[in-house]
Design a protein around this ligand. Structure first.
Ligand code: ADP
Length: 503
């Protein structure tokens, strides 16, 4: 194998998986792409090739969509299952993720670069939990009974009810920052609702989604219910969005690609749910408990190398505690242990790709050229792999690119505010995004007032990056359409049908 360096700790199963011939999952069978083409998957810690996977194209997407269509047809094995049988399969997927948790954590760390300890503690159990949480809804997708008045038909009586039905064939396009977890966010509710799926993982990180395909088969998911096509955005993702037999696209990724998908879906008005970018403000009031606020705000940006759509990337710190917070976060950043994700002692791994490395260091340079400076970090780390030092930028102004644009790396900007007034709210909300936000304070009245005025889908108070299967997550403004997780996500995958009967 080409990229053996740094892979000494991998288990036999993971080595076998990356060295084996990876294929596409179509109609329950693992098949090569029609073109026979493959692409390379890299280890972000070294830049070396670790695996090859099929480069799916339009023909493969077409076969996968047709398989999903067939599996959705009335009378198919999937449609014949009772809700409770369907729920049990979804729940078994969760059980198997836990069974293979160590293997999945290694594979995720290898593919994405994230610390294996984080993948094992957060990504994998959360992915399992998502399937377990969602599975319970399979038996509770109830409609309601309605008693209509219909004033223009005096004397007539009606009985009406609503049914909640699966939307149909869903194309799911996911990013590389939490590869398995994003697949779980999408698949858990789609399968629970009775939909069938064509999943397209990100080209940077296709490995755990392919392993999840095997797990779904082991859990007893009928053929064709889940199809997985690896490949690139333009050659695999775009044909999926354009396919006339796809009823809905669920997308997580950049706002830029989200807009392309909106345009592409316009011709047949496909249903869309979009979970997009963010530039989330974190407000630290001078009454905050700094013992928890400093590490909490630091972790809010540096978690997952800052490659989180919800990353707390804009700090607004009240004047009185500004110096202490900046000093504390800079110290936290300097003490983080940077290294390869597979090293169990690593706290901050590499970014996912060379492109991402260039993008993030480009943002840091742009900040410096506009007059900002780095209170910690500010450069590439090492000269191998895609590492960036955890960076805290100060002396920023609100108009700067580093304050306005999503960096998607371990880079946070810190600015000062004097009073908790309209100006602070305006600055915190001064973004095209509205995904998440944070408040650190011990004053409950201030917290509630602020929480009501922040334009964000989530407000974390005295905590940050708390994700749970039960908590709806999604964006205001250009951060997206719809919600992931919680019971609200089911709206993405269900149609409501009204049945009205004249008695
Ligand atoms: P990032 O910029 O973080 O890499 P992207 O939004 O580019 O995120 O990618 C997220 C997902 O969207 C990936 O699976 C990618 O392949 C896919 N994608 C990219 N471009 C398109 C497109 N034009 N149509 C459909 N999917 C796309």
């Amino acid at each position: 194998m080409d990229g053996a360096k740094g892979l000494e700790t991998l288990s036999k199963e993971v080595l076998q998986f990356i060295n084996g011939k990876r294929k596409l999952l179509i109609d329950g069978k693992w098949v090569e792409s029609q073109s026979g083409e493959t692409f390379e998957v890299y280890n972000p810690a070294t830049g070396q090739v670790i695996a090859h996977v099929p480069a799916g194209n339009k023909e493969d997407v077409d076969m996968a969509v047709k398989a999903a269509r067939k599996a959705f047809t009335e009378g198919s094995p999937w449609r014949k299952l009772t809700p409770s049988e369907r729920g049990r399969i979804v729940s078994r997927i969760g059980d198997l993720i836990l069974k293979y948790a160590d293997e999945l954590a290694q594979l995720e760390s290898l593919d994405n670069g994230k610390p294996v300890s984080v993948a094992r503690a957060a990504d994998i159990p959360l992915a399992a939990d998502l399937f377990h949480y969602m599975s319970g809804f399979a038996t509770k997708l109830d409609g309601s009974t309605i008693q209509p008045s219909v004033p223009y038909t005096p004397g007539a009586e009606y009985h009406a009810y609503t049914r909640r039905e699966p939307i149909g064939v869903v194309g799911q396009i996911i990013p590389w920052n939490f590869p398995l977890l994003m697949a779980a966010w999408k698949l858990g509710p789609a399968l629970t609702s009775g939909c069938t799926v064509v999943l397209k993982p990100a080209e940077e990180t296709p490995l755990t989604a392919l392993r999840l395909g095997e797990i779904c088969q082991e859990a007893g998911l009928p053929d064709g219910v889940l199809n997985i096509i690896t490949g690139f955005g333009e050659t695999t993702g775009a044909p999926l969005v354009a396919h006339p037999l796809v009823d809905k696209i669920a997308f997580t990724g950049s706002t830029e690609v989200g807009k392309l998908i909106v345009k592409a879906a316009a011709h047949d008005l496909k249903k869309l749910s979009l979970e997009l970018g963010g530039k989330s403000p974190v407000i630290i009031l001078d009454d905050a408990n700094l013992d928890i606020a400093i590490p909490g705000a630091a972790n809010g940006i540096f978690f997952n190398q800052g490659q989180c759509c919800a990353a707390g990337s804009r700090l607004y710190i009240q004047e009185k505690v500004y110096d202490q917070v900046v000093e504390g976060i800079a110290k936290y950043a300097k003490n983080l242990k940077v290294g390869p994700g597979l090293d169990p002692t690593t706290q901050l791994g590499p970014l996912v790709s060379q492109i991402q490395l260039e993008r993030v260091t480009g943002f840091i340079e742009s900040g410096k050229s506009q007059g900002a400076s780095a209170a910690s970090g500010g450069s590439r780390w090492g000269n191998e792999g895609y590492f960036v030092e955890p960076t805290l930028m100060v002396n920023t102004e609100d108009h700067m690119k580093v304050v306005q644009e999503e960096i998607f790396g371990p880079v946070v900007v810190a600015t000062k505010f004097k009073d908790l007034d309209d100006d602070l709210i305006r600055r915190a909300n001064d973004s095209v995004f509205g995904l998440a936000s944070g408040i650190w304070s011990q004053d409950i009245s201030k917290v509630h007032r602020l929480a009501a005025r922040l334009q964000a889908g989530t407000v974390w108070v005295n905590c940050y990056n708390i994700f749970d299967a039960s908590l709806p997550f999604g964006g205001f403004k250009q951060s997206g359409w719809g919600r992931e997780m919680g019971s609200l996500v089911l709206n993405n995958y269900l149609e409501s049908k009204t049945v009205c009967i004249s008695l």
